[in-house]
Design a binder for this molecule. Sequence first.
Ligand code: C2E
Ligand code: MG
Ligand code: MG
Length: 732
Amino acid sequence: MDLRFLAAAVFVLLALIALVVWRRRADRLRMVDMRELEERLKLALWATGQYYWDYDVVAGKVRRLQVKDPGDGNAGRLEAHTLDIRNVAHSEDQPLMTERIQHYLEGNDDRYRSEHRMLDADGKLIWVRASGRAVKRDAAGKVTRMAGTTLDITREREIDDEHRVAAQVLRSMSEAVTVLNRDFEFVSVNPAFTRITGYEETEVIGRSAALLDSSRHDTAFYHHIRALVTRHGHYAGELWQRRKDGEEFLCAYEFNVVLDANGAQQYFVAVLNDITQQKRAEEELRYLANYDTLTGLPNRTLLSERLWRAIMHAQHAQVRIAVLFLDFDRFKDINDSLGHAIGDRILCAAAQRLQATVGEHHTVARLGGDEFTAVLENINSQEDADDVAQAVLKAFEAPLTIDKHLEVSISPSIGISLYPDHGLVPADLLKHADTAMYQAKAAGRRTSMRYDDTMEVATRRRAILSGALRKVLDRNELHLVYQPRLTLASTPSAAARISGAEALLRWSSREHGQIDPTEFILLAEESGLIRDIGEWVLREACQTLRDWRRQGLDDFRMAVNVSGLQLLRGDFPDIVSDILIETGVPASALELELTESVLMASAEQTAARLQAFRELGVSLAIDDFGTGYSSLAYLKRLPITTVKIDKEFIDDLARNPDDAAITGTIIAMAHSLGLNVVAEGVETDTQMQFLQQRHCHEIQGFWLSPPREAQDCLDFIRRWAPAQPDAALVLS
Ligand code: C2E
Ligand code: MG
Ligand code: MG
């Protein structure tokens, strides 16, 4: 028994040993399998850049397996970390990740997916894409465990971001950007392309870039450009393109090639920029720098450039150049009375007439204001220049028509200088022509003068007199003289009588002696001093008139000359009215004499200004009539009461039939218009005879009396009347 038992025990023991050995081997085998599995898992995670995770939903813990990167290109160790589920993602992304898990756990999705940032095994912040699913549920079916992987997508995100930024940049670029294939067919375009060309992306994709070719270049040109792009892979320049609506635009472009992975040309990227406006602005600037914007004529800069060129040529060809300097007479009055807008249009019309007169091939420039210059090349003699100046003066005898209905007459004063006679450089030629122009003005305007050296003396005198004129009122250097006016008898039985006088200004300067009014009044007008001086004249004349009237000249009248500048002052009617009240002179005894140039600009506007005086009861005379361009018909539209025929016509009455005819006509028309007519500068009996026959109303001139000092004039008037009751003045 014992042996059997022992044998059985040994067998059992052996069996047990065998079992243990077997199990150990099996365990060992399993361990090898596990290690290999683990190794494979590690390699898989390493190779794909993924983490494995395992989430214990109940405990809220995540176990993460990750491969440490040893940095030698091999897979490192597999490491396990346990994290609280609340600390898995970057704090900013954690709420989103939790929400994604919740979303899955609630059964809304077949898989949990999330993209978020987290710290990697090395503590670096990376972007990951996690996905996983439930691997265990409790009896109620609730998920207790989840597992899955996490993929490092940092690089992918970076590339995505780059693309997004690049796309945004393209979208927001103001330049048109288009990608073309090797056949120059559109592959893509940005919004600026649509904005600039008018073509939507869908309209151009697949079509040739030749779609934008404009008619300004021929087809060969565009082929050439494309050939260059293909050859060099890069090309930049400017070319004209055409928009969808047909409008052509100038564009700056740059082509760059995009190579494929094998280095072959795949695409061309073209960046186009519409530079039409920019080019226009550049041209405009160039234009502004050289041309006068109002008239389109060259300005001072271009003038001196052209003048230099002309001088070079003249030097070489041994010919003369003439520089004509023009300034329109009393243009300031025109501007002030008609307004600057019309003034500008007058200047444009004047510019055209001037250019047409001197000829298109000569340079006419505007120096500013109403100053123009003409450069006449290939002039043979000084007289040639005078002839052109005369032609210009003649051309301005006809009025300029503005806006089809407004007729305005302006006259230039012209100064001439010649190369090489008066200067060798533009600055000197211009300066001397300017000096000559001033002399032309001083000589009575509407004339031309050639420069000569003595003019410098005159110019200096002008400057000195201008300075002295400033002190004239303070120093009491002004006084008035009076020239009587004779009213002719209208019937054989009536008697002629001195019914009025004209006040004429005199300046006796302490330093410079007696100065002619035609000289200093021009200076006073230029400096604006004429306003104060004119007011002084008016007051002084009215005071004399008051004294005379008190001394028996009851219905005596006084004529006072008024400058255009005074008239343009808005408060001038008030000044006149104040002086009348101050001196007690009735308005009807005062006559204001205005020159034609003040009146001629525009009947309507001048009429409105003059009306204020008529309302006061003051008479208005037009002085020096016939020297300007106004017609009597034109005067009819103005509230004028008297016309004074200029001395120029009276002078030659006996010798020049034209003057006789003009004077006769003026008198006749004045009669028919109901205007009082006065002949000025009457010196001879013959003239008197003629004027009487034509029924001229009044005469003024040396025949009767020169201008006299106040007391002398009063004495003369008193003496004259009784001494010569009829004085051969009765009409025969
Ligand atoms: P005006 O108004 O036409 O004056 C007439 C001018 O002719 C005066 O010259 C006068 O002395 C001159 N005169 C008159 N009768 C004869 C004559 O028979 N023969 C000749 N050879 N001359 C005669 P005056 O005094 O030298 O004045 C010249 C101009 O100066 C005036 O021409 C007038 O336009 C201007 N003037 C004179 N005083 C004033 C004034 O107080 N204010 C303004 N704004 N201008 C004035
Ligand atoms: Mg006068
Ligand atoms: Mg006069």
